[in-house]
Design a protein around this ligand. Structure first.
Ligand code: GLU
Length: 323
C-alpha cells in the first residue's frame, strides 16, 4: 500500500535538462525551505548560502520551498520578502518555488495511505495528557477507536523497519556534524502528522515534499539536527531513498540566544548584500579574502563556489555578535 503511495507521488518542479551554464545536473538536488514567519535574517541567510553553495559546487540543482503551513505563525508579506532577499544576494533557485499551502492533496494522500496501512492512527490526547506523560507520547491511542465526534490528531506509529532503520536507534553520518545516533522512542514517541486543529504537521509535509522534489541533500541549520532521525525513519517507512543531511552551526546573538524570527532577529539588508555574503562565508569557515566584501554579489558567489569546502565548517554552535 505504501509502495503504491510512493508510486503515486507526483514529482514536482521538474528538473531542467540543462543548467544555465549549459552543463547537465549531477543528480544532486538541494533545497532551502524557509517558513515565512519573518524576513530573512543572518541565520537563515547562512542556511540558504550553505545549501546553495553545496549544491552548486557539486554541479547540482537548488530548490526553494516555502513552508507556509502554519498561518497563525506567518507574517504577511514575509514569503515575497524572503524571495526578494535571496535574489538580491544572487541566490537564484532552479525551477519554480513550491508553496506548501498548495500541497494539501499530497499530504492528505500520504495520511490516507498510512491510515489504511495501519501505520498511523487517530489520537484524542490533549496537550495536558502529553505533559502528564512527560512529553513522550506513550502510544495509548494506538489500539482504541476514538469516538468519531472527538477532535483528533493523527500520529505515526514508530516501529522497527526490517533491514533499514529501527525505531530504537537510528544512526546516520551527518555531512557536517559527523556520526549521529538518535533514539526515537525515547525522543518523542509516535509523532504527530496532522494536528488537532487540522493543520498538517511540518514532519509530514517536509518529508512528502522532499520526496516529491527528489531532494538528495539537505543542508540546513543545526536546530533541526534532533528531528533528523524521525525524518529518516519516515523516508524509510515510505520506501523512499534516504537523502544525505548536513547541519550548519546556528548563528547566535551575543546573549547566547539563537538568531530567529521568533526572537525578532534583524532582517538582512539588501543594500549590503556582498558584505552579508562575506560575513556568511566567514561564519561558514570559508575564510574569504577581505577585499571580497566590496566586490559584487556575483563575484562573491563565484569566489565561494570555487573555494567551497564543506569540511571547513565549524562545529555545532557558534557565537555571532550581531552588528
Ligand atoms: N521550514 C523550516 C524552518 O524554517 C526548515 C525546514 C527544513 O529545512 O527542513 O525552520
Amino acid at each position: 500500500m505504501l509502495a503504491s503511495f510512493i508510486m503515486s507521488v507526483t514529482p514536482i518542479a521538474l528538473t531542467p535538462a540543462r543548467l544555465p551554464d549549459g552543463s547537465t545536473p549531477s543528480g544532486y538536488i538541494g533545497r532551502f525551505a524557509p517558513s515565512p514567519t519573518g524576513p530573512l535574517h543572518f541565520g537563515s541567510l547562512v542556511s540558504a548560502l550553505a545549501s546553495y553553495l553545496d549544491a552548486k559546487a557539486n554541479g547540482g540543482l537548488w530548490r526553494v520551498r516555502m513552508e507556509d503551513l502554519d498561518p497563525p505563525r506567518e507574517q504577511a508579506g514575509a514569503a515575497s520578502a524572503i524571495l526578494q532577499s535571496l535574489e538580491d544576494h544572487g541566490l537564484q533557485w532552479d525551477g519554480d518555488v513550491i508553496y506548501q499551502s498548495q500541497r494539501s492533496h499530497a499530504y492528505q494522500a500520504c495520511l490516507d495511505a498510512l491510515l489504511d496501512a495501519g501505520l498511523a492512527y487517530h489520537c484524542s490526547c490533549s496537550r495536558q495528557d502529553l505533559t502528564a506523560m512527560g512529553g513522550i507520547y506513550d502510544g495509548r491511542c494506538r489500539n482504541h477507536q476514538p469516538n468519531p465526534e472527538q477532535i483528533c490528531s493523527v500520529r505515526l506509529k514508530l516501529y522497527d523497519l526490517p533491514d533499514r532503520v529501527t525505531a530504537e536507534q537510528i544512526q546516520f553520518d551527518d555531512l557536517i556534524q559527523g556520526r549521529q545516533t538518535q533514539h526515537l522512542r525515547n525522543q518523542a514517541g509516535d509523532q504527530i502528522l496532522q494536528r488537532r486543529d487540522g493543520f498538517y504537521a511540518y514532519q509530514l509535509a517536509v518529508v512528502v515534499d522532499d520526496i516529491a522534489q527528489g531532494i538528495t541533500h539537505i543542508i540546513r541549520g543545526s536546530d533541526l539536527l534532533e528531528v533528523t532521525g524521525r525524518q529518516l525513519f519516515f523516508f524509510a517507512l515510505l520506501g523512499a531513498p534516504l537523502p544525505q543531511f548536513g547541519h550548519v552551526p546556528l548563528a547566535m546573538q551575543a546573549n547566547g540566544q539563537k538568531l530567529s524570527k521568533q526572537n525578532h532577529a534583524k532582517a538582512i539588508e539588501s543594500q549590503h548584500a556582498s558584505r552579508n555574503l562575506w560575513r556568511g562565508l566567514a561564519f561558514l569557515g570559508q575564510n574569504p579574502p577581505s577585499d571580497l566584501a566590496d566586490a559584487s554579489t556575483s563575484e562573491c558567489l563565484d569566489w565561494a563556489l570555487h573555494h567551497w569546502q564543506r569540511s571547513a565548517i565549524h562545529g555545532l554552535s557558534h557565537l555571532h555578535q550581531e552588528e
